[in-house]
Write a new protein. Structure first.
Length: 402
């Protein structure tokens, strides 16, 4: 209840006055989220009109076209995800909050005219280009997990990402000043900041997710490091040889793999959520692949696990995703009120666990599970993403030829 009251007050303070807001001015802004008393998380936007802007993260450009003016505030709604920026224009600056209402999260921000993400203060004395064997929360038995950092540095500028066993941290953009690395990304779902001190072979730092989570990480340079195979992490429990489910679509129809449309076809079952950036990357790829191959014996069905409390809100989020990226395969509602992977596994008891959103189950024409792919390495991973698409198309091609 306290979080709800705080969230409501934060929005009312900004939006319930009757003044007329000045429209957004065309140009670049440096946005800084205030994630702690000592750190800000920067990213750059370009306002191209009063109702459109772009968000930049390394090679990613997010087109934003849902901007509303209400009372004295501007509401900048990010595509697909529920997160939005709400602010007032004060002396050519934006002062406001990044809000995720269904998670009761608020992060204050200030945006000033400018196009520099991180200031360059010192010449870089280290070059982090290459692969880094990484451990997050290394001193915690419960929270520890492994990752692979992949970076490219040109002078002070750094881009790259961290791959994990369940996905990647998408497009990270930043700098090295002296021996200090700073990387950030913002996409409306997540706001990430990585800060580390680096030597030639070791980095040690802190990872911030908004203002609600932070954890330490350590990494060592290792060009030969590889994460465990994503095709071996999730599997069928003993006693099961098939996948089965029955979940509703947006029209209230229960859909299951025994339906006529799936018979004698390859079926990809995508475990996902509309709130999940890795799922968005995967859904974009699957949507394009499905459109290009809709004349073949292949079907895709997505199972959405949503944290919003009601089915109406969940189906609203599903429709927004479907419309935004043009999904032509069914997206079913599997769960509301939580994204707990334990609860998700209860809905799919034939799996040893649901380790990651997304996860894809490959089913052949006879209904047998042939492979389960955990996580998704998106386009920010470069060669890893290219390798995935080649492996995916080759494997699906083999199933189609059987």
């Amino acid at each position: 209840m306290r979080n709800f009251v705080v969230l409501s007050l934060a929005i009312l303070i900004i939006s319930c006055k009757t003044e007329t807001i000045s429209k957004l001015e065309i140009g670049f802004y440096k946005v800084e989220l205030l994630i702690s008393d000592f750190e800000t998380l920067p990213f750059v936007i370009e306002v191209t009109s009063e109702t459109k802007l772009k968000v930049f993260n390394a090679d990613e450009i997010i087109e934003v076209d849902e901007i509303e003016y209400k009372n004295d505030s501007v509401f900048i709604n990010m595509p697909v995800f529920e997160g939005y920026l709400v602010a007032k224009m004060i002396n050519d600056e934006l002062h406001g909050n990044f809000v995720k209402p269904n998670l009761n999260r608020i992060v204050p921000f200030v945006a000033k005219k400018g196009k520099t993400r991180f200031d360059i203060n010192d010449e870089a004395i280290v070059d982090i280009t290459g692969s880094w064997e990484t451990v997050f929360s290394p001193d915690s038995d419960n929270d520890m997990y492994i990752a692979k950092g992949i970076f490219k540095q040109n002078g002070n500028r750094v881009t790259g990402t961290f791959q994990t066993t369940t996905g990647d941290y998408r497009y990270l953009d930043g700098v090295v000043n002296g021996d200090e690395m700073k990387l950030s990304t913002f996409d409306g779902a997540h706001a990430f900041l990585f800060i580390a001190t680096v030597t030639d072979s070791v980095m040690e730092g802190m990872f911030y997710s908004g203002n609600h989570w932070r954890e330490p990480f350590v990494a060592k340079r290792n060009e030969d490091y590889e994460l465990p195979s994503v095709n071996e992490l999730t599997f069928l429990n003993e006693g099961y040889d098939k996948i089965s489910f029955s979940f509703p679509d947006a029209q209230g129809n229960l859909v299951s793999l025994s339906d006529e449309r799936f018979k004698n076809k390859i079926v990809l079952v995508q475990i996902m959520g509309t709130w999940c950036p890795n799922c968005l990357d995967e859904s974009k790829y699957y949507a394009n692949y499905f459109k290009a191959n809709n004349d073949k014996d292949i079907e895709i069905v997505a199972l959405a696990f949503e944290y919003v409390k009601t089915e109406a809100k969940a189906f609203g989020n599903i429709k927004r995703l479907v419309d935004r990226i043009g999904i032509e395969y069914p997206v079913l509602l599997a769960q509301t009120g939580t994204t707990s992977k334990t609860k998700a596994q209860e809905k799919l008891p034939m799996l040893n666990h649901v380790l990651s959103y997304p996860t894809t189950i490959f089913i052949d024409k006879k209904g047998a599970v042939r492979k389960i792919h955990t996580g998704f390495n998106g386009p920010a991973t470069g060669k890893k993403y290219t390798a995935f698409t080649a492996e995916f198309e080759s494997f699906v091609g083999e199933l189609l030829s059987e």
